[in-house]
Design a binder for this molecule. Structure first.
Ligand SMILES: *Cc1c(COP(=O)(O)O)cnc(C)c1O
Length: 433
């Protein structure tokens, strides 16, 4: 009965994974720090924080104890009509570190639900005031999650194609890549001035899933400023950028403007348990302050505000707010910048970029139509074999490591990437791909 992989394949449908033609999944038995271990004892460095969620390392005993302690006291209670200390503390602490204008915390279960809540909150904000505004603006390449509302405001492509007829209409701006910023601005201005726009949703400064693409923060500031002057609700999806990823606690800290609504998840619990948070300003919640039952925000999930999850989020904040964690993020940023210099002029490297603890670059696939076409399928097993978990997005190789990663571990990953670039460079030369 120990043929785990066969048993997995019989029973489990994995996320983002074709049911045929894929390598078998890897068993992981335990993890410590940045290292994942298979039952055979193979070590794999988690260079992408297990889908960007882990910030303090795996098997963190401070987080584990927070969960265990809370589990013995109160594991869960319905969150309508009831409340508890871990949730109240977490809400207070989040409001303390979020931009000053944020006033209320709504709990849900993951990044997608945090986005759903944000969109519904914005639409009903207008509904409650008897205002009809139908349009919503998003940015090309956006990823906001896999539920229907979140899919609607995200990039339409092969992943969403089966559902396209069921997604609501959204005005997509071109991605502001620098050379087109002026036309993006003009398009945005035209839409906002139409008076029919309810909300603008965006991943601030860096888009994650589209390939860690970064754009001008001054442009974003101007957009938010214009939107707010015209009663367009600005929804910052900080699910990826939140909790120190950009170096600062939130991407909002790098901007001069403050959003009306913020979506959080991923790093919120240090990556230990699933939770989403949507925060909003006083102005948003004022539209719900009424004795009219119809103005209630009728949304909630069974596990809203789960006490164990709140407890581990509080513990994660304890760690996040230490000087040590700040220093670690600065250190990773420095190492990334040094590595960027090292690869900048490599002929296989295009557009290397660093934001806080994130580094990304594109593999130059122009000279090769046969091999690198499916770059990801070749890159992923190459790095796993070398003991590094990287999950390239198309031809974008990126690192988004837990903040506890050591210089030595980072050095090993950088060196593995350098080796890869050399090996494939010579492969291209020899085979004249
Ligand atoms: C991952 C992600 C989401 C979706 O979060 P899930 O927890 O996977 O549902 C939403 N927005 C952004 C920016 C993300 O990176």
């Amino acid at each position: 009965m120990n043929n785990w992989i066969a048993r997995d394949e019989c029973t489990i449908w994995h996320p983002f994974t074709p049911l045929r033609g894929m390598e078998s999944p890897l068993m992981i038995e335990r993890a410590e720090g940045v290292n994942l271990y298979t039952p055979e004892g193979k070590r794999i460095i988690d260079a992408i924080s297990s889908w960007w969620v882990n910030i303090h390392g795996h098997g963190n005993s401070y987080l584990a104890e927070a969960i265990a302690e809370q589990a013995h006291k109160l594991e869960h209670v319905i969150f309508a009509g009831f409340t508890h200390e871990p949730a109240i503390k977490l809400a207070e602490r989040l409001l303390e570190i979020l931009p000053d204008n944020q006033a209320k915390i709504f709990f849900s279960d993951n990044g997608s639900t945090a986005v759903e809540v944000a969109i519904k909150m914005a639409f009903q904000y207008f509904y409650n005031q008897g205002v009809t505004k139908k349009r919503i603006i998003a940015i090309d390449g956006a990823y906001h999650g896999d539920t229907f509302g979140a899919m609607s405001v995200g990039e339409r492509g092969p992943f969403t194609e089966p559902f396209d007829p069921y997604l609501f209409q959204v005005d997509f701006l071109d991605f502001p890549a620098g050379n087109n910023d002026q036309s993006v601005w003009e398009n945005f201005e035209r839409l906002v001035l139409s008076g029919d726009v309810a909300a603008f949703i965006y991943e601030p400064i860096a888009q994650g899933a589209s390939g860690m693409r970064m754009y001008d923060q001054n442009l974003l500031d101007r957009m938010i400023d214009l939107a707010q002057k015209h009663e367009v609700i600005c929804i910052a999806d900080e699910v990826m950028t939140g909790f120190g990823r950009t170096g600062e606690l939130f991407a909002a800290d790098l901007l001069n403007t403050n959003p009306d609504i913020i979506c959080l998840s991923k790093g919120l619990t240090g990556g230990a348990l699933a939770m989403g948070v949507t925060s909003c300003t006083q102005k948003i919640q004022d539209a719900y302050q009424s004795n009219d039952l119809m103005k209630t925000f009728f949304h909630g999930h069974s596990f809203t505000g789960n006490p164990m999850t709140c407890a581990v989020a509080n513990a994660s904040l304890d760690l996040l707010l230490t000087d040590e964690c700040t220093a670690n993020r600065e250190r990773i940023n420095q190492r990334h910048l040094e590595f960027k210099k090292q690869i900048e002029n490599h002929q296989l490297v295009r557009n290397p970029r660093v934001l806080g603890t994130i580094i990304a670059f594109e593999l130059n696939t122009e000279r090769d139509t046969s091999y690198f076409n499916e770059a990801r399928h070749h890159l992923y097993p190459y790095f796993i074999e070398k003991g590094v978990l990287l999950r390239p997005l198309g031809n974008v190789i990126y690192l988004i490591p837990p903040y506890v990663i050591s210089d030595e571990e980072l050095g090993y990953i950088y060196q593995t990437i350098l080796n890869f670039l050399e090996e494939y460079n010579s492969l291209i030369l020899n085979k004249k791909l």
